[in-house]
Every structure is written in C-alpha cells, then in structure tokens.
Design a protein around this ligand. Structure first.
Ligand SMILES: C[S@@+](CC[C@H](N)C(=O)[O-])C[C@H]1O[C@@H](n2cnc3c(N)ncnc32)[C@H](O)[C@@H]1O
Length: 225
C-alpha cells in the first residue's frame, strides 16, 4: 500500500474524538501504530462531552421522546461541545459513528487519510438524537453490520485503521501488499508461517523453506485469496 502513503500531502492529520470516556483511549495511544505516529503524523485530541455540557451535573443524555428504553445523546450537548472546541460549525468532516452509517472499508480508510482534520462523534445506549446526525455531522460511518455497546470501540477502529496508513507507522515493507489493498486487487493477503517448520505433522510449504526469493514471491502471489 505504499503508493497511497506517498500521496499523503500534509501532516499531521488532526483527529478529534468526542467521547464520554477519554481515559478509555489510553490503551490505544500506547500501542503501535498509533503510538508511533502520535505527535508527528497524527494529532489525536480527545474531548469529553461532559466537560462542555451546558446541563447540570454533567448530564449529556436524556430519555427518548415517545417513550421506550435507553438514553439518547442530546443535540444541545453535542452542539455546545463543537461550539466550544471549534467556535461554531467546523468546516472539516464531522463523522458520527453509528450502525446506520456508511460501511467502513479499506477504501473509506484511504479516503479518510487524505483529510487534514476529522472529528469523530461517539454515542452509547440508544445512540444520537437524529438532529446531531442531520445538522451537526457531514457523514456517518458504521464499522460493521452489528451493534456494539458504544461508539468508542468504533472510534478506536477508525483511529487505528487511519494511523497504520500514515507514513512511518509500520516497519518498512510491512504495510505493503496488505489485505484489501489496491496492490492485491482488494483481495486477502497470502498465508504466513513461522518456526517450527513442522508441528504435529503439519508442514510449512516447502517453497517457503527453499531460500529461492523468486519462487517465494510467486507462491505468495498465487496464494492471494
Ligand atoms: C448500543 S449502540 C446503539 C444502537 C442503536 N440503538 C441501534 O439499534 O442502531 C450505541 C452506540 O454505539 C456505537 N455503535 C454501535 N454499533 C456500531 C457500529 N456497527 N458502527 C459504528 N458505531 C456503532 C454508536 O455510536 C451507537 O450510537
């Protein structure tokens, strides 16, 4: 995937995540590749809705109109948070993470990497007041056709997928020929093996032990799935 990385024009990419649990991102920011690019290629900022809520006692959500279970993230809370941080409606992409969103694919990740600034909005319980999606966001992303318990897991998926596409995020060569890349025609990477060469009678393909780089390369190309 190196050509995409070399197209990237300006850095750092600023990623702003609005969340109820900024501390939950500590693990992510300590891990590669996010840790590697933080402060150079990636500027990750975490904002708590609670720090900006105009409501008392840190309230951020409320019961749904029409009744029913769960709590809904309030539009006035999210608007206040965006106003405080950006001084109004931002001109960059503001993305709500929701199961109703556009499916995240590697192609979408490549598109996001080209942005200068991205804001990710997370929710929990029943999700967003729909006016947040309609009036405060530019678009929506779903990380898959299933329901997670909170948008922070989804945001971390997006942050990690973006981070590994930034220059210097991965060891030389390890980001090339990855699954879903243009180089593999969107296909899946070949299988990998390591020592021992035989275990319980399960042998590593002979060609990978041959030391013949040409044959290994051909085998790998032939085993793209
Ligand atoms: C329990 S979910 C809300 C599910 C919602 N009531 C529904 O049925 O579609 C709470 C939050 O987790 C996040 N979330 C859950 N699944 C997601 C997914 N597949 N993609 C992106 N975000 C997701 C969203 O921020 C969502 O608002």
């Amino acid at each position: 995937m190196s050509p995409a990385a070399s197209r990237i024009p300006r850095r750092p990419l600023q990623l702003d995540v609005f969340t109820l649990v900024p501390h939950a991102y500590a693990w992510l920011t300590e891990q590669r590749p996010v840790a590697t690019v933080l402060g150079s290629e990636l500027d990750l900022r975490l904002f708590s809705y609670r720090d900006h809520t105009p409501l008392r006692a840190g309230q951020v959500d409320d019961a749904p109109y029409g009744g029913g279970a769960g709590m809904v993230l309030r539009v006035d809370v999210v608007a206040a948070a965006l106003d405080t941080v950006y001084g109004g409606v931002p001109s960059h992409r503001v993305i709500a993470l929701t199961p109703q969103g556009r499916q995240l694919t590697q192609r979408v990740v490549e598109e996001l990497v080209e942005e200068e600034t991205i804001t990710l909005l997370t929710a929990r319980f029943e999700g967003f007041d729909e006016r947040i999606v309609e009036h405060l966001c530019t678009d929506t992303i779903s990380v898959g056709p299933y329901v997670l318990s909170n948008g922070d897991l989804s945001a971390m998926v997006v942050v990690d997928a973006i981070a590994r596409r930034l220059p210097g995020a991965l060891a030389e060569g390890s980001g090339e020929l990855e699954s879903f890349s243009e180089e593999l025609g969107g296909g899946l990477e070949h299988p990998h093996y390591t020592r021992p060469s035989e275990f319980r009678g399960w042998r590593v393909p002979d060609v990978l032990l041959s030391g013949d780089h040409g044959k290994v390369e051909t085998w790998r190309r032939d085993h793209v799935r």
